[in-house]
Design a protein around this ligand. Sequence first.
Ligand code: CAA
Length: 256
Amino acid sequence: MAEEILIETQDRVGVITLNRPKQLNALNLELMKQLVAALEAFDTDDNLRVIVLAGGERAFAAGADINDMADSNVVEQVKRNQFARWERIRRISKPIVAAVSGHCLGGGCELMMHCDIIIASETAQFGQPEINLGVMPGAGGTQRLTRATGKATAMDVILTGRTLSAAEALAAGLVSRVVPKEHFFSEAMKVARTIAQKAPLAVRFAKESVLKAHETALSEGLEYERKLFYLLFATQDQREGMKAFIEKRKPNFTGE
Ligand code: CAA
């Protein structure tokens, strides 16, 4: 079977690279199956703390594979239930850093928005061009893009099908950092290694808490955040982190 993704680990970082360069990493069914399996395997691997999800130089991903959908109909789409797989990506608890270069469109942009920190090459182009195919985003694009950029930009992108440059995406709050094109992957690895040194449970809860801000009213989100904050005082890493600060040394976090 073709390897639609490549997998490797570097220290405490699990790296997944989308591997359909000739099709600009269009997300076909097999790629999605392999991607979800790899993400879940990394998520449960105690040796790993952070995941990097990368595309190639020319494309992070140019969307869902249009060949998979062209002859589909509503009954078949409902039965296919592809979005159950996307839900599993949403439930990954370790931070995912996306390394994005070139086309990042449709399902590709939606996949990127499932990631937590986005490092973009200056060449990256973002969009939800489904409107050009007579459909609309289906893997969260109307919700996540709107929450990231606000209504005005989201409507512009989703209704006209236009792309945002990396600079526009940064200004709109869609990506975390924009870097020169030769550094998009190395910068993502640098970010991942930085996070990998932090207390894993604090990282996990912090990710969960930030995501909660997308899903709840402010008062409920603050309450949720506070409870997770209290809970961290049951960990040894909290003691170690604060003790190390007071003793002016580097902390040794164990995940306990
Ligand atoms: N699905 C299937 N194949 C795709 C693809 C996609 N989404 N995007 C690109 N490809 C294929 C092309 O068909 C082409 O294959 P062949 O060489 O066999 O002809 C190959 O990748 C290279 O693409 P182009 O020759 O078109 O490259 P380009 O540089 O001229 O254009 C592009 C690049 C502007 C990204 C153009 O390929 C394009 O518009 N792609 C489609 C983008 C799109 O509409 N994405 C949304 C998909 S729907 C979706 O994602 C639904 C959802 O929300 C779940």
